[in-house]
Ligand binder design. Structure first.
Ligand code: F6P
Length: 364
């Protein structure tokens, strides 16, 4: 039998399980392939004893509508930066990539499918350069990868965020309040923007368009003057005022290089109050509700397309490539073309123009 190993890396994302299931189901149509999963990204291979899971039909039964990932994931470490405790108690890192490749050979792994965001795909490229037969599958709720039209998980996050806007509208209207809803999106404002349009928010503040607090206040004042005594502002966690920066802190998780963003909604509340907005303002931070739970039908379909394509790329030996959606096709793009290029909201794009066309204020 030939073996393909699947790993999920980085933050979880609705649709990961649908990709895993699709890989397994497509592989089952070939007589000579079996699928195994590495637990918590590549940590499962590097740990002693090795932590892997046989991914057969029984293991993936009915998982396409489950959130999370049945093989776990991690944002910490990885084969090139494995956290190591120094003798003085501080943490450093070690490159264990060669050891991991040897272990994969020992386990009889012929190919690897790595499902993850930009950070994970940089690791995929580095492993490919070391000779590993690897295929990338993109994922992130932020939809900020340039090489693919969409990532699975994004539509689910937009749906969750839109439902939150819908719910906040009724309570805001009842109490004549302003609600600030903080959505995920560290560098890209796609979730906030789509949910603001779908939910009919008054303002949408995103990292790509630093805001002028006076402009946001004017929008709210005009609305209150018209007798519509409530308002919803959707703000992406990475948004910032003109001349300011996104609010972030170091992660306390050992080996997690990512900054933890928080505080955008609270800062906006403070700024609005300072600017003289008199209405009662409340904040809601959606956080990981956007990442958990059942993927929408759209995300299940996209994730399934990605899983089937990834396994077919293994059969075609299209290693060093990542699956991507280029409407209406699912294609293979070379990993170097896919990594390090962010898909940010273009302030002059049709989507922003559409939002402005229905009166949404960006604070610009
Ligand atoms: O990249 C996806 C994402 O959900 C971002 O929107 C968010 O800033 C980040 O991950 C949160 O990651 P963590 O759960 O590791 O704090």
């Amino acid at each position: 039998m030939k073996r393909v190993l699947v790993a999920t890396g980085g933050g979880d994302c609705p649709g990961l399980n649908a990709v895993i299931r699709a890989v397994v189901k497509r592989a089952a149509q070939e007589k000579d392939w079996e699928v195994i999963g590495s637990i918590q990204s590549f940590d499962g291979i590097l740990k002693e004893p090795t932590e892997i899971k046989i991914l057969d039909d029984a293991a993936v039964k009915g998982i396409h509508y489950q959130g999370g990932t049945i093989i776990g994931t991690t944002t910490k470490g990885g084969p090139f930066a494995w956290p190591v405790k120094n003798s003085d108690g501080t943490w450093g890192s070690a490159d264990r990539s060669d050891e991991m490749i040897r272990k994969l050979q020992y386990l009889g792994v012929d190919a690897v499918i790595s499902i993850g965001g930009d950070g994970s795909q940089k690791i995929s490229q580095a492993l490919y350069e070391k000779g590993l037969n690897i295929i990338g599958v993109p994922k992130t709720i932020d939809n900020d990868l340039m090489a693919t039209d969409f990532t699975f998980g994004y539509q689910t996050a937009v749906q969750v965020c839109t439902e939150a806007v819908d719910k906040l509208k009724t309570t805001a209207a009842s109490h004549n309040r302003i609600f600030i809803l903080e959505a995920m999106g560290r560098d890209a404002g796609w979730i906030a923007l789509s949910a603001a349009i779908a939910g009919g928010a008054e303002a949408c503040l995103i990292p790509e368009i630093p805001y002028d607090i006076q402009k946001v206040k004017e929008k709210l004042d005009t609305r209150f003057l018209k007798g519509k005594g409530f308002g919803i502002i959707v703000i992406a966690e990475g948004a910032m005022p003109i001349g300011g920066e996104a609010l972030a802190e170091q992660s306390v998780e050992v080996g997690n290089p990512n900054l933890k963003l928080s505080g955008a909604a609270d800062r906006l509340l403070y700024e609005l109050k300072e600017a003289g907005v008199e209405a009662d303002i409340r904040t809601t931070v959606l956080g990981h509700l956007q990442r958990g739970g059942i993927p929408t039908a759209y995300d299940r379909v996209l994730a399934t397309q990605f899983g089937v394509k990834a396994f077919e790329m293994v059969l075609e030996k299209k290693f060093g490539h990542m699956v991507a959606y280029h409407h209406p096709e699912v294609v293979a793009v070379p990993l170097p073309e896919a990594i390090g290029k962010q898909n940010l909201v273009n302030p002059n794009s049709n989507l922003v123009k559409t939002a402005k066309g229905v009166g949404i204020c960006f604070g610009d």
